[in-house]
Structures are given as C-alpha cells and as structure tokens.
Design a binder for this molecule. Sequence first.
Ligand code: G3H
Ligand code: 13P
Ligand code: ZN
Length: 330
Amino acid sequence: MVSYKELGLVNTKEMFRKAMEGKYAIPAYNFNNMEQMQAIISACVETKSPVILQVSSGARKYANQTLLRYMAQGAVQYAKELGYEIPVTLHLDHGDTFELCKNCIDMGFSSVMIDGSHHSYEDNIALTKKVVEYAHRFDVTVEGELGVLAGVEDDVAAEHHTYTRPEEVIDFVSRTGVDSLAISIGTSHGANKFKPEQCTRDENGILIPPPLRFDILEEIEKQIPGFPIVLHGSSSVPQEYVKIINQYGGALKDSIGIPESQLRRAAQSAVCKINIDSDGRLAMTAKVREVFANQPAEFDPRKYLGPARDELKKMYMHKNEHVLGSAGKA
Ligand code: G3H
Ligand code: 13P
Ligand code: ZN
C-alpha cells in the first residue's frame, strides 16, 4: 500500500476548484508508454499547465500497472528537472469494478473513475458509492458517470447517445458522494465521432458536426452549481493528421472529431476536465508513417518515435494554450 502523497502526486480537488473559478479545463491525457509521458509532461511544464495523467484498463494490460505507476512517479521528478513544478494527478480512466479502483488506490493513484454508466441507475449508484467510501478514506478523488456516450467505450458499443438526464444529477451526486461527474452531451470515444451525413459543410466544404448539447450542460449546471463536470471523448481529430496518415498508406475513413471552438466553450463552463486520447494516437501515427515513407532505410526506433513525441508535445501545447485554457494556471 502506497499513498499518492508520498509520490508527489495530487488529487483533483484543488485543480477543479481553480479550473471552475478561472473558467478553464484541466487536460486529461491518456498514456501507455514513455514517449507519450515525456510529451505530456514537457508540454505541460512548458505551458505551465496542471495535468491529469490517465491510465485505462487497456493501458494497464499493455504496459504493466507497476511500470505505469513508477512512470507517473518519475513524471513528477521529470517535471521538476525541466524546471517548473506542476500539479500532476494519476487517474484511472473508466474503472469498471470496485476491485480495480481499490487496486489502483492501493498502489498510488490519486484519482479514479468508476464508470457504472452501463449499469442500471440504482446499480450505478451502489457501485459508485462503494468506490467513493473506500477512496475518500485515502483522500483519493472519484469521478462517476451518468449517461452513455455513443460509440465504443471499453468494449461496450452503444449506437446512440443516452444523454445525461439533468433531473438525475442532484440525486446521483448526493447519494454517491462523487467529486466530479462525467456526462454525455454528444461527445464520443475514438476518431469517428460523427457520420458525414450528420454534418453540414461550411463555405470551404469543411464538414461541421452537430453542436454539443450545451442546453443539457446548462440544465445540469443549474441543478448542481459549481460542481465539476467531465467531458470524455473530446478529441478534435485534426484533419492535418488524418491527411498525413492517409497520404502515407493509412486508411482512415470518416474521421471527424469535436471542433475546438466547442471545447473552448465547454472549458469556460463547469466542465473542469477534458479527456483526450485519440488525437495523441493520430499525431504519433502521422509522424511515424511520414518517417517510414520518407526514410525507408531507418530502423532505429528513436528516429521515428522521437519525431512522433515532438509532434505530440506540440499538439498538447496547442490544446493547453488555445483550447482548454489551462496554460499558465499551474
Ligand atoms: O476511453 C478510452 C480511452 O481512449 C482509452 O482507450 O482502452 O484503448 O486504452 P484504451
Ligand atoms: P477520445 O477518444 O475522444 O480521445 O476520448 C478519450 C477519453 O474519453 C478517455 O477516457
Ligand atoms: Zn472516456
């Protein structure tokens, strides 16, 4: 059993309080390997942004949970070495059982998500409450979820959004004791968030997806004023990366994300945490494909993972500065 406090990590309480007050959102970036971790930390140090490092169950299986935890501990030291101390949270993304959340808490995570959104309302409450009771004994913060995002979420596929019902949020938050709430207002996981036929085109022929349901968000804010809201599935799917990937042999189709303007608007509301994973995958894949295509004789992983890491860092800096507004807030 190790406390996150010994590792130099922080929970999300103070981060969210400041984000709410300052009308910005904390970036929650997923990581599975060293290059992603380096890109996240160096981008957040350089932009002086707090950060939430997210580990999914898939990441734990891929990279080994112990290694990931030590990497997060190393990240705190790495940030200091880069010359600026930033608040770093280590967060379990989409925890689906009490045991998984407990395990992460016991090994040094400072925040966990218990995603009971696929259960019945009452089962979601019971499971979330159980995790909260355990987590709060160790000052670990908990994110719950109400509503279901369309698309694939942890091997569970939902064809349509089940938007969060504002009339349920007071009851859910008060009965579970969660510290933040993930909601469904039109975002979804992955790089194919909308079908082209759902979109309109602007004067340059660029596809414009349907807007997020800010009316539902506003209703939720009225029900639980000042309570931290989380947006999952918030990658923007930058078309320049999709273009590079397809130019160099990729086959991405109908890759459409959430426009940055929508996320900027969300970040100024009660949304305090914005989850981004797919955009990082796209940035890395674009660079790796470009290097492979232009330098086919190259076989040193540092020569393709290095440029991928640099591109990733650039993208995270852009998000902190121009989308989430978290730059300068550490
Ligand atoms: O919400 C899901 C995250 O993008 C993590 O994805 O389960 O493939 O690691 P993953
Ligand atoms: P994206 O697939 O849009 O990056 O969402 C990531 C996410 O919500 C992780 O929990
Ligand atoms: Zn998610």
